[in-house]
Design a protein around this ligand. Structure first.
Ligand code: ATP
Length: 229
């Protein structure tokens, strides 16, 4: 008998996506059906150009759904208006390859950013939360520095702290180890795994990096816009 699965936190059905190129239209996702469950770490692998980033952007409500649907925690992305999409995005933490930290403000302020429009926080409480998040990822001693003065691994830890500050149910990570050496990359994914398991966060991680596959509960392979099963 199949083990009973926990509830799907992300449910993708019949998802297709086209890009317009010159005069033509190119379909890059050809009808994806896929569920992600509470607290799991799923790694999406596939060759360059297979549609991984497009899929992640659609899940993160950063691209408009053209055909099919994605349901995030009960909310349908297809047909959702802008304010609904903003609310859905707030349930999601993002970790990018190039960490997207702002160099003009401190590490602590970068981690505070996702709380900027959160009416339940004031500047003192948001500073405290950001400081706690930096402690959790082990770099609170760098709180007042500018990101440019940190190593690649430390910057990625800041990005993890920032992704988790709103206690999201879902974290989407696009090539989080791409700019890191092997040892630092390993530390970063171990940290992502620890956070996921401690906080029950569903992590969807896109990578080319075979060395980190062991942290996954499930590996999903995509080729030329189709899932391989
Ligand atoms: N904005 C865009 N306009 C036109 N075509 C695009 C656009 N973004 C991506 N594509 C094309 O869609 C396909 C899928 O791209 P995508 O970035 O999703 O792949 P990927 O698997 O993430 O690749 P990589 O591993 O190289 O990042 C590719 O053929 C790419 O050239």
């Amino acid at each position: 008998m199949m083990k009973e699965k926990s509830k799907a936190v992300i449910s993708i059905s019949g998802l297709r996506h086209n890009y317009t190129e010159g005069d033509g239209v190119k379909e890059v996702l050809h009808g994806i059906d896929l569920d992600f469950y509470g607290g799991e770490i799923a790694i999406i692998m596939g060759p360059s150009g297979s549609g991984k980033s497009t899929l992640l952007k659609l899940i993160g409500a950063q691209l408009t759904i053209q055909s099919g649907d994605i349901v995030i925690d009960g909310d349908h992305l297809s047909g959702a208006n802008q304010s609904r999409l903003r609310e859905i995005r707030r349930k999601i933490g993002f970790i990018f390859q190039s960490h997207h930290l702002l160099d003009s403000i401190t590490v602590l302020q970068n981690v505070q950013l996702p709380l900027a429009f959160d009416k339940s926080q004031n500047s003192k409480s948001s500073r405290e939360l950001a400081y706690e998040a930096l402690q959790t990822v082990g770099i609170a001693s760098h709180a007042e520095k500018k990101p440019a003065h940190l190593s690649g691994g430390q910057k990625q830890r800041v990005a993890i702290a920032r992704a988790l500050i709103r206690k999201p149910a879902i974290v989407l990570a696009d090539e989080p180890t791409a700019s890191l050496d092997e040892k630092t990359g390993r530390e970063v994914v171990e940290l992502i795994k620890k956070m996921s398991k401690e906080l029950g966060v569903t992590v969807v991680l896109v990578t080319h990096d075979n060395r980190i596959l062991d942290i996954a509960d499930r590996i999903i392979r995509i080729n030329d816009g189709n899932l391989l099963v």
